[in-house]
Design a protein around this ligand. Structure first.
Ligand code: FES
Ligand SMILES: [Fe+2]
Length: 465
């Protein structure tokens, strides 16, 4: 945390990496700084590529009042700032989608038109304008940076920011090896949480809360959580109960997978739990530790084989577990999460709506065999955050988030105190935010952001600035 040549003053900055000042989660000035200095310079997941599968398909993406249109053209995916070059009216509304192959984008105000390459094709009453107001290069829609990765389009409002790949780092390749680019959405939920966007995100940056927040998971596999978080046994251990028989250990694992599936759908898919149940009585060594590890190897193999036999393009799960290790939760700075376990994935995206309000979206993603009927999910199902229609695990998380937001305002509660060993991601990404607000060089910020790959449940890190 050295002094930088370009350092700009930032209120409520993190001085001690284990202490996060609470006003960062409600102060209007801090929120305004994020709006001005963070969000316009970071890669944001704008849409899933299956939403724009055909030439001319477009999707609108808004964050903090800035709107872009992401469109599929014959030359790949492009993005344009959503404002008419005449008097600035947006072509399309928030959350809109459609196909503009013909006749292109038409401004609803005076009817000027653009094609999907962004070229102006029609000005109503052209002769009434000075020719120099209608210069084609100047009339063309303003392009926004866009990169595709992991089955999604990511946009960045900053033409000079390091690329998406350079920012996210090697975890992008590791996730790709796990096949995240081939997934399709099964469902998509959206809700508004009465909490700062960072409070909502931080509920998914550690597994330390499982014991109290998700007791069903803890009870199904107590050894896993107790060993991981130091109760009873202490230290990191293999999630096996030596007091139980091999059979009962396997039963406990299957029960745990079933609960994860019920809770998260994509994270562990029903079809994967079904395969796990087929393996309840498979032959295993007598030592419970060896047996459970071997059982997971067999499960990975069976999921790979059985889903491939159905025509699904899944990676060899045992091979990628060795070649490209990833965590149960992977965070893509600043606001996207992927939760991969076997072949399917849950995904989250969180957008700020105000200092104490955010939009939380949740996808269940899985592989779909070629030729199998699959309806593209084009719009989220919007639910109140306390809806009983949410799967049990996010419902439990959503119960904490709004009350934590209230607690942050308590007199005398000036900072959150973090575990240096397993809540490090919360400190690390917050200090990268500070780096953006202070004006740390983009290449240094990208190098620090690379370190967040695999940092779930991880340590506080030296970010190098
Ligand atoms: S504002 Fe778009 S045509 Fe006038
Ligand atoms: Fe949780």
């Amino acid at each position: 945390m050295g002094i930088m040549d370009t350092e700009r003053p930032v209120p409520f900055t993190i001085e001690n990496p284990e202490r996060i000042p609470t006003p960062r989660y409600f102060d209007a000035e801090f929120y305004a700084l994020e709006t001005e200095r963070l969000w316009p310079h970071v890669w944001q997941m704008a849409c899933r590529l299956e939403q724009i599968a055909e030439i001319g398909d477009w999707v609108e993406y808004t964050n903090l009042g800035k709107s872009v249109i992401v469109v599929r053209t014959k030359d790949g995916v492009k993005a344009f700032h959503n404002a008419c070059r005449h008097r600035g009216v947006p072509f399309v509304g928030e959350g809109g989608h459609g196909n503009c192959k013909t006749p292109g984008f038409i401004c609803p105000f005076h009817g000027w038109r653009w094609n999907l390459e962004g070229k102006n094709t029609f000005v109503y009453g052209r002769h009434m304008f000075s020719e120099d107001q209608l210069d084609p290069a100047d009339l063309a829609l303003r392009a926004c940076r866009v990169e595709t990765w992991g089955g999604c389009a990511f946009i960045n409002f900053d033409d000079d920011a390091p690329s998406f790949r350079d920012t996210i780092g090697p975890v992008a390749d590791r996730l790709e090896a796990h096949g995240v680019g081939n997934l399709r959405a099964e469902w998509w939920y959206q809700t508004v949480l009465p909490a700062n966007w960072k409070v909502a995100m931080e509920a998914f940056m550690e597994g330390y809360h499982v014991m109290r927040t998700h007791p069903q998971l803890q009870q199904a596999a107590p050894m896993l959580y107790n060993a991981m978080y130091g109760m009873d046994t202490g230290g990191i251990g293999v999630p096996i109960n030596p007091n139980l028989s091999v059979r009962d250990n396997i039963k406990a694992q299957i029960k745990h997978l079933g609960l994860l599936s019920e809770g998260m759908s994509g994270m562990v898919h029903e079809k994967e739990v079904e395969i796990a149940r087929q393996l309840a009585d498979v032959e295993l060594p007598e030592d419970p530790q060896q047996a459970v590890m071997m059982w997971y190897g067999i499960l990975n193999h069976q999921i790979t084989e059985q889903l491939r036999a159905r025509g699904e393009n899944v990676p060899d799960l045992n091979a990628v577990a060795v070649s490209d290790p990833i965590n149960a939760v992977e965070f893509l700075f600043p606001n996207t999460f992927l939760l991969p376990m076997f072949s399917s994935v849950s995904a989250y995206r969180i957008r700020p709506l105000g200092p104490e309000s955010c939009m939380f979206e949740l996808w269940s993603l899985t592989h779909v065999a070629e030729g199998v009927e699959h309806e593209t999910v084009m719009e989220p199902k919007v639910l109140p955050y306390d809806s009983q229609d949410f799967p049990p695990i996010p419902r439990q998380d959503y119960a904490n988030i709004p009350i934590q937001q209230k607690g942050l305002h308590a007199i005398g509660f000036d900072f959150m105190r973090l575990s240096k060993d397993i809540e490090g991601l919360i400190s690390n990404y917050n200090r990268i935010i500070d780096g953006h607000l202070k004006g740390v060089a983009p290449d240094k910020l990208a190098a620090a952001t690379n370190l967040l790959g695999g940092n779930f449940d991880g340590k506080i890190l030296d970010l190098g600035f």
